[in-house]
Design a protein around this ligand. Structure first.
Ligand code: HAM
Length: 442
């Protein structure tokens, strides 16, 4: 029998060898949400609850992984998001999947897949979850970030819903007490009016082809509207003089846009029209908008109408008028911090339980459970031993009462109550402790 061939052991590259010794870090552009950050997230969750309860939005959660095609067809394969920023993978079975760069396309897939069209229309949905884009990380730009989104799906393409989505996007930031908010609006029209605009835009860019970046020269033949989304410095002067969509709106798109503005005017809602706003996703038509704070140019949120997305994902033509928006949660938190706003303060415990010695530690361990059942919040530091260090901690926590259990107290089945403000102490029977503490806290 021939000897089995020896498979040479795979050697680690010098980099891998080095990496084995270094302390591992999170992936670039992806961050942990640490305990200290949680009060900000609690504040966001509270604001979401206020807004969605009032405006009657129901929660939806869709998978983080979707078929790549959902985004290629929905967001558009000539967009930066799909072309350059998507995390994709192939499964062992050969399916091509992507970590969702946004949630709207997946929600529309879910709407059709689960017959949500059979519910009363429109269906108002909201979501909160992580999205993934392989962008260059910088302030307010991550590779994993959270979006809070609102979607109004089905019914008529009624401009009142465009106005309501704009309003609640703004309301959410307002609920968080964010100041100096500004909404920019535009209309990019429908397929019909876009044809005329596209012709003019292409002519204009062809004349200026030597003054634009390589990406734009490519966009010129694949998807000219994307020219208006270019962030390259070199292209800005050309972009600023380009024909705007708003000048080419058909009658129906013009009156839709006017109606949106009238609804907003009805509330004296502040907005400005930005004719160069086109958004970075292909599924939009008619109204598009973005929300900013403090005159910055990094959007806190954005959205618009997307009546063609259903059709782009394979549904019947004109079967899903829809409008929605999403806000970047990390960006909301960053603005709250720079504006000096506060997060949610944790409910403070007013009682600290101190134990000295092994028997006391055991007793304290079970006493905490009795306090839990009685609904009285108690903090402890069971890992600490000395009276001094525990008293110091109780003082730092700012509690009203410290309970002290030592060897003697355990033996006598009693406990010391110390008033942390006056320093006065009294000893009470253990059986009476919960009742006494409750009385004192009143
Ligand atoms: P978007 O403008 O791509 O729209 O993203 C919405 C918001 O997500 C942005 O305004 C920003 O606050 C946040 N965001 C985007 N990229 C990043 C990033 N790399 N790091 C941190 N935050 C980021 C959409 O995704 C659409 N699906 C919105 C929508 C919903 N349209 C209709 N319905």
């Amino acid at each position: 029998m021939p000897k089995p061939k020896k498979v040479p052991k795979k050697k680690n590259s010098p980099k891998e060898k080095k990496d084995k010794k270094t302390l591992l870090q999170s992936v670039k552009g992806m961050h942990d949400i640490l305990p200290a950050d949680q009060p900000w997230w609690e504040k966001i969750n509270k604001a979401i609850k206020e807004v969605v309860d009032f405006y009657n939005f129901s929660k939806i959660e869709t998978p983080i992984l979707e078929a790549v095609e959902i985004f290629e067809r929905g967001v558009g394969d000539a967009t930066d998001i799909v072309e350059k920023q998507m995390y994709t993978l192939r499964t062992r079975g050969g399916d091509k999947l992507a970590l969702r760069p946004e949630a709207t396309a997946g929600i529309v897939r879910s709407y059709f897949q689960h017959g949500l069209s059979r519910l009363g229309q429109p269906v108002k949905l909201y979501y909160l979850g992580p999205m993934f884009r392989h962008e260059q990380p910088q302030a307010g730009r991550y590779r994993q970030f959270y979006q809070l989104g609102f979607e109004v799906l089905g019914g008529e393409d009624d401009p009142v819903y465009d106005a309501q989505v704009i309003l609640i996007t703004h309301r959410l930031a307002e609920e968080l007490k964010i100041k100096n908010l500004a909404v920019q609006l535009n209309s990019i029209g429908c397929k019909n009016c876009r044809n005329t605009h596209r012709k003019k835009l292409t002519e204009y860019y062809k004349k200026n082809a030597n003054k634009i970046c390589g990406d734009c020269r490519r966009r010129l033949s694949i998807n000219p509207l994307r020219l208006l989304d270019c962030k390259n410095e070199k292209c800005q002067p050309i972009k600023n003089q380009a024909p705007t969509t708003i000048d080419f709106l058909c009658q129906s798109c013009r009156s839709h846009f006017r109606a949106v503005l009238e609804y907003l005017d009805e509330l004296n809602f502040p907005y400005s029209i930005n004719t160069s706003l086109v958004r970075g996703l292909d599924y939009y038509n008619k109204t598009v908008f973005e929300l900013f704070a403090d005159g910055g140019n990094t959007a806190l949120g954005g959205g618009g109408r997307y009546d063609y997305l259903g059709e782009m994902l394979g549904a019947r033509k004109n079967s899903l008028p829809a409008v929605g928006s999403a806000l970047g949660v990390e960006r909301l938190i960053e603005v709250m911090k720079t504006q000096g706003l506060s997060s949610i303060a944790r409910s403070k415990a007013r009682v600290f339980l101190i134990q000295i010695g092994k028997p006391a530690k055991k007793k304290a361990f079970s006493l905490i459970e009795e306090f839990y059942k009685a609904g009285v919040k108690v903090i402890e530091s069971l890992g600490k031993e000395s009276l001094k260090s525990q008293l110091k901690l109780a003082d730092k926590e700012g509690v009203d009462i410290a309970l002290i259990l030592g060897q003697r107290e355990v033996f006598e089945e009693s406990i010391i109550i110390r008033d942390m403000r006056s320093g006065a102490q009294e000893t009470v029977p253990l059986t009476k402790i919960i009742e006494t503490v409750k009385k004192k806290l009143k």
